[in-house]
Design a protein. Structure first.
Lengths: 303, 301
């Protein structure tokens, strides 16, 4: 019996583990190794050059530009998404008409959840194409013509080096809010109604309830969301690769780390150097997750 | 990493539809009407912001290029159904077929291997169990771009660049972390009594898994299955590096956009976009509870 059990365990695990080891774990481990070499990706020969790639990175103005742009996205995107999603989730849950016995959500919340979530199920290239055309810089573009009609001047949007990165940021926010709305909504609905009713009886208004009851009880979920959104901001690729001219343009205004990895690794024949960028990206991700989990730590409330 | 370990028992409970405060009906009391109107206006505002781009894209698929850019806010003069034919001529049919083949293979393999691994990890005690589980869970946190350059050479050395089997295996490998994580939680919650009865009746370990546990895990399998269908259908990063010669639909869309910048057949581009959007939107509308539960449960505690 016992012998048969171990054979069964090994039999069931061997295929998934082998696949995972070959295509996921080994490339991750190899990336750390190649980051210390001058491998071109083409020739089978390469030298071990220590940390030289990382030294070169600190001088690489294009890479530093990409890091700066990723940091702008990192600073703006998670905050905007979480604030908007929390606000909408709050409106869905307690924004409706109150009754004698408690707090009610708004009418049509099912429809809102269905709609807000929609960008999440469509692929990034689809979204990128739609926004690239909507933000057409000519005066007859969809957004520009609408803005002219209400009396504003048009804008270059993605063709404007000062605006392009913020357009990317906006599309990221636009696409992510629905997911976090549904997430926060699910978390809010798991908060017992008695707590809200108790706050109501104690005379708390809706806004006070939101800040003093809902937010503290959701803190764990918000914190986790922040980390996931930060990773998304650091990892952004498809949107920039498809939507921006160049990609990464105009004038490298939307250059990001992932784009630099793709260009160096696959076009410029600098596989070792690109792997070093990957390692930098990895440590960024790791430290940001660690910092955020520390900085936003609060006493966890059980209910 | 802390994020993944803390969410250990995610999944199963959220798949069941439950009553939420947000589902409530209007209770109607004069003093709150103001707040209600405010909520509705704000929520409708964002709905419009989400829907307008998609509706506009659907309309653009039956417009001429001149109408798309010249008079973006008006309806088409005549419906240009020929846009769909020219999208098809530009290879959209082939891209769609590639996507369907790869996603079918990828999802079947992911579900099979993912639930096998999850079941063993959830139900059997053996040395290294926790280690293997965390190894899978860690895969959810790593940036794909760290691995993409070496991954290209792994696939190249196997002779699998631009092949169906290459993409299927890679999709499966990258879908395993979340699938194992999700199904692990699901198998943990299933009762043990039925499995024990099956063992007493002389059923083998594998027999219990395929005949007893998998049928019982159907709701979880449905949720994660739809999640994987959508996720793999929308995959762009992996195929754009690993399958340049045999593009899937997402790559095709990106290529079409790039080529329209000089060809100028924008109607065909939006027809292609519509072909890419409609199947996913239909799946979403049919299964939206499972989709939302599947996508969000990994992040919820």
């Amino acid at each position: 019996m016992r012998h048969g059990q171990y054979r069964f365990i090994v039999g069931f695990l061997v295929l998934p583990l082998a696949l995972y080891a070959v295509f996921v774990i080994s490339p991750f481990v190899q990336a750390f190794y190649y980051s210390l070499t001058n491998w071109t990706g083409v020739s089978p020969q390469f030298d071990f050059i220590g940390l030289q790639n990382f030294q070169t990175l600190t001088q690489d103005s294009l890479f530093l530009r990409a890091v700066r742009n990723n940091l702008v996205l990192l600073a703006g995107m998670p905050l905007a998404v979480i604030l908007l999603a929390l606000f909408y989730a709050f409106l869905l849950n307690v924004g409706g008409a109150g009754s004698g016995v408690g707090v009610r959500g708004v009418r049509g919340s099912g429809f809102y959840k269905l709609t807000f979530f929609l960008p999440q199920v469509l692929s990034v290239p689809v979204i990128a194409v739609i926004w690239a055309v909507i933000l057409d810089p000519t005066p007859t573009g969809l957004v520009n013509s609408a803005m002219r009609r209400v009396g504003f001047g048009g804008s270059g949007w993605l063709a404007d080096p000062n605006l392009a990165l913020y357009c990317v940021l906006w599309v990221l926010v636009w696409g992510s809010v629905g997911f976090y709305l549904v997430l926060f909504n699910a978390a809010m609905s798991s908060i017992p109604r008695d707590i809200y009713e108790a706050a109501l009886i104690d005379g708390a208004g809706r806004v006070a309830t939101f800040f003093r009851v809902t937010i503290p009880l959701l803190w764990d979920t918000i914190q986790t969301s922040w980390v996931y959104l930060a990773i998304l901001a650091l990892d952004v690729y498809a949107l920039v690769a498809v939507m921006t001219p160049g990609p990464g343009g105009p004038a490298n205004a939307t250059q990001v780390i992932s784009l630099q990895i793709a260009q160096n690794g696959f076009q410029f024949g600098r596989a070792g150097y690109a792997s070093a960028m990957g390692v930098v990206l990895f440590f960024f991700t790791l430290s940001i997750a660690a910092i955020m989990l520390r900085a936003t730590r609060r006493q966890r409330i059980e209910y | 990493m802390a994020v993944t370990t803390r969410t250990g028992d995610a999944g199963a409970p959220t798949t069941a539809p439950r009553r939420q405060p947000g589902d409530g009906r209007r209770a109607g009391r004069a003093g709150d009407v103001g707040g209600n109107v405010f909520s509705q206006v704000v929520l409708i505002g964002w709905s419009v912001m989400v829907l307008v781009p998609f509706v506009w894209a659907l309309l653009a698929s039956v417009k001429t290029s001149g109408e798309i850019f010249g008079s973006p806010w008006s309806l088409p003069e005549t419906f240009q159904w020929s846009n769909f034919a020219s999208a098809w001529d530009k290879g959209v049919g082939e891209y769609l077929l590639n996507s369907i083949i790869v996603v079918t293979g990828g999802v079947v393999l992911t579900m099979l291997l993912g639930s096998m691994a999850a079941y063993v990890l959830a139900r059997y005690q053996f040395p290294g169990n926790r280690f293997i589980f965390y190894l899978f869970a860690a895969g959810m946190m790593f940036p794909v771009f760290l691995a993409i350059v070496p991954l290209f050479f792994v696939v190249q050395n196997l002779g699998m660049l631009s092949t169906y089997q290459g993409l299927i295996l890679v999709y499966t490998a990258y879908s395993l972390p979340f699938t194992v994580f999700f199904m692990h939680a699901f198998f943990k919650t299933l009762p043990t009594a039925i499995a024990e009865a099956a063992f007493i009746d002389g059923c083998s370990h594998a027999g219990v898994f395929f005949r007893v546990m998998l049928p019982m895990a159907k709701p979880g399998l449905l949720s994660i299955g739809i999640f994987n269908v959508i996720g793999q259908f929308n995959q762009f990063v992996l195929p754009s590096f690993l399958s340049p010669e045999r593009p899937v639909l997402t790559q095709g869309i990106a290529t079409l956009l790039a080529s329209q910048r000089y060809e100028g057949d924008w109607g065909a581009l939006f027809a292609a976009l519509t072909i890419a959007m409609v199947p996913i939107v239909v799946v979403y509308l049919l299964f939206y509870r499972q989709v939302q539960a599947g996508l969000t449960s990994g992040t919820l505690k």
